[in-house]
Design a protein around this ligand. Structure first.
Ligand code: ATP
Ligand code: LTN
Length: 333
């Protein structure tokens, strides 16, 4: 079978719905970089997902392009990986419609992200917000991806994608590879600096560190991070969510284990610890921000990357889409 001979494939995407955060870097992009040699990787800027909540058109355009620059600045090689913008590959929308007819209202209603987002956007709960995971399933299944590197919050969507694929395969014989979520050991869920019991999220600027924040801004945010009334730098997620989150960030930024990190700060107070975490993040982000700024200025280069990416993606996507269309009984064009 074709799938057995080929290199294993990875697909992932991030919405250009806001500026990329330290959470998106540690939960997703960091794993992408480590996987690019071993796998055939496809990374997408999912602008069609972003419009499930209202966007300012000029901002969406700017962020989509900046996001591509940031992917490259993080160390993703556009030669080695396919990088493209979701709306440039119409097969995503086509397969999404088909898969919607194999997805259940009940299973979509159980999605945590839908429940949360429909509360946040109570005045604009669109059909798109509801069927968002179907489009995500189409993204993944079009490329027959084996692995989907994402943060912990996306695990439920990848499971749903697997269920839809399994259902389709069951009706029509093997069509889709069943994907698995790849979730990092450290950094799968970075919490907000101002409310460490909530996920750091780009649509919640309070407590959020952006990848493009300047060093002074990053340091200021870490110095103000919410902690607790003790003094010990100790990992205890239940009772010390703020300090535990900072230890996780420090560990992900430096490559040290949590235990090593605790040792580094044994006997030292939060006044030393918090700026030290900030410094580690500043050093991690500095080269990425500088390279991204350089690339953002080079529009012609970015355009060549996303054009080439879309072409290569379309070629792969069309293979799957044609197979699906044939199996369900559509007449070939
Ligand atoms: P939004 O607030 O618009 O929902 P977001 O900040 O949650 O956005 P996404 O675009 O949904 O970001 O996520 C991009 C990727 O980064 C996903 O794989 C997601 O799991 C991961 N991710 C996002 N936030 C975090 C976080 N705080 N910790 C770890 N991973 C995260
Ligand atoms: N829902 C994801 C973004 C996303 C995605 C995908 C991730 C859209 N399509 C396909 C992995 C694979 C999120 O981060 N909110």
């Amino acid at each position: 079978m074709e799938n057995e001979a080929r290199k294993k494939r990875i697909f992932s995407g991030i919405q250009p719905s806001g500026e990329l955060t330290l959470g998106s870097y540690m939960g997703a992009i960091k794993s992408w970089i480590g996987l690019q040699d071993e796998y055939e990787c496809i990374y997408c800027i999912v602008d069609m997902h972003a419009i499930t909540v209202r966007q300012v058109p000029a901002d969406l355009r700017r962020r989509s392009l900046n996001q591509l620059a940031q992917y490259i600045a993080c160390g993703l090689d556009p030669q080695k990986n396919i990088m493209f913008i979701q709306s440039h590959v119409p097969q995503h929308a086509e397969l999404s419609w088909i898969l919607g007819c194999y997805s259940m209202f009940g299973e979509l209603s159980r999605m945590t992200q839908f429940k949360q987002k429909s509360q946040q956007h109570a005045d604009n709960i669109t059909a798109g917000l509801f069927t968002y995971p179907v489009l995500m399933a189409a993204d993944i299944l079009l490329y027959q991806a084996d692995l989907v590197p994402v943060g912990d919050d996306q695990k439920q969507h990848v499971e749903l994608c697997r269920n839809i694929a399994q259902r389709f395969n069951g009706i029509y014989s093997d069509t889709f590879v069943l994907p698995e979520a790849f979730i990092p050991q450290v950094g799968a869920r970075i919490m907000s600096l101002s409310k460490p019991t909530a996920k750091m999220s780009k649509s919640d600027p309070d407590g959020c560190v952006y990848m493009m924040d300047k060093p002074e801004e990053i340091l200021r945010k870490f110095k103000r991070a919410v902690t607790d009334s003790e003094t010990a730098v100790r990992y205890d997620k239940e009772n010390k969510p703020g300090i535990s989150n900072l230890l996780t960030i420090y560990s992900a930024a430096t490559g040290k284990t949590i235990a090593q990190a605790e040792e580094d700060f044994a006997g030292q107070g939060y006044g030393i610890f918090k700026p030290a975490v900030g410094e580690a993040v500043v050093e991690l982000m500095r080269p990425i921000r500088e390279e991204a700024e350089r690339l953002i200025a080079d529009k012609a280069y970015l355009e060549s990357v996303y054009r080439d990416g879309a072409q290569r993606a379309q070629h792969l996507a069309q293979k799957t889409l044609s197979k699906v269309q044939r199996k369900i009984g559509f007449i070939a064009r």
